[in-house]
Design a binder for this molecule. Sequence first.
Ligand SMILES: C[C@H]1O[C@@H](n2cnc3c(O)ncnc32)[C@H](O)[C@@H]1O
Ligand code: ZN
Length: 442
Amino acid sequence: MSDNMNDIDIFNETDSILIKKTLVNGKIKDIFVSDTGIIEEISDKYSGEYGEPEFIIDGESTVASPGFSNTHTHSAMTLLRGYADDMHLQEWLSEKIWPLEAHLSAEDVYNGTMLASIEMIRSGTIAFNDMYFFMEEAARAVYDSGIKAVLCHGFIDFGNEEKREAEIKATEKLCEHIKSMNNPRIKAAVGPHAPYTVSKEGLLWCSAYSKENDIGIHIHLSETEQEVKDCIEQNNKRPSKVLDECGCLSKRTVAAHGCWLDDSECELLGKIGVFVAHNPVSNMKLAVNRAMPYQKLIDSGVNVTLGTDGCSSNNNLDILEEMKTAALLQKFFWNSDTVLPAHETLKMATSAGKKALGFGEGELKTGAEADIVLINTKTPCMTPLFNWESNIVYSANSNAVDTVICNGRVLMHDGFIPNEEEICKKASDSAYSLVKRYNDSL
Ligand SMILES: C[C@H]1O[C@@H](n2cnc3c(O)ncnc32)[C@H](O)[C@@H]1O
Ligand SMILES: [Zn+2]
């Protein structure tokens, strides 16, 4: 699908691009993207007003969609893909995942995040919300891969003061580091892991730090029934109330899961303007036993977004797969054929997701950052094309994703991502060496 260009040069950061004859909301359009990464023109035929494009992409037989956002993941957990499956969440975390993660190195996180980035790009993801460890290395991987991300250190103190001090230092160090990178594609957030792993003192520090630095909060909320029961037993209140009293709920908060929220919590989150990230594949795999109350959240004014969670509970980062699963799980669990239709599902992955991460509106329009996915309509899964939104949500798979543009820079074209083989090899080596280090320590 490329015209008059050399396939390597198209990955240059600073070139202007003309996408010719792609489908935008069902109509054939040209899209001109300037070398500053902004969509300057969407028209029936490019006017030439912004000069000659350095590159032309033949968009015929493609649908253009706003790029997708993955609003909850632990990207370097790509290294743990297939390491521990078919377990319940608490045993999975405490018996398998945390003991292995104790042996992670900074290099592992770089390699795992590089793998995650290209895996996400393959399904049209242009931004993600990440909570993990050694996050300066995640920032380096995000920089190198060209994707956008909000990064936080997974803050876990288990009520231990010494551990809390270490988590505070790690959070401050990451935020300072990201500030010094001064790159609009990479933002910092505060990452209190969950109300059941962070003390009240820790939650209070996180909320104060996020306010002082005007950055978001990324947290797990009400994923399992047990954590909600434990919270009520310990605090006589449900988790959302505990978080609210600690100042952790705001318009800058992304709360992942929300499977066991009750009506009053949905209303509280809606009133405050919290974003709730639905992670249907992970929820089903870890058998959390209840689907997020999507419709109640929407009716309460909550912005619901989509996430994959990490690769050890999913086990991939395919946002197209997540869209379909979300739409099906909601219908199945709540026994409603109309809940979460295709149009709303796509909005979760595009405009709602980008807003949650503070990266703009997530729409294809002039003046917007050029975060564009071109999906090949000449593939079996996109044929026929009665309804492009329905096809993206219900039938498309990653093989149909042809081109991904993030901030005006081409990250994948004709299904090709530079250095993919090398990135996979390094991540695989890291994964085996991590497991070896752990086994040797036993
Ligand atoms: C950052 C930490 O979070 C852990 N984690 C990964 N997936 C989940 C999940 O579904 N619920 C709670 N915690 C999770 C990850 O392994 C890190 O330790
Ligand atoms: Zn998670």
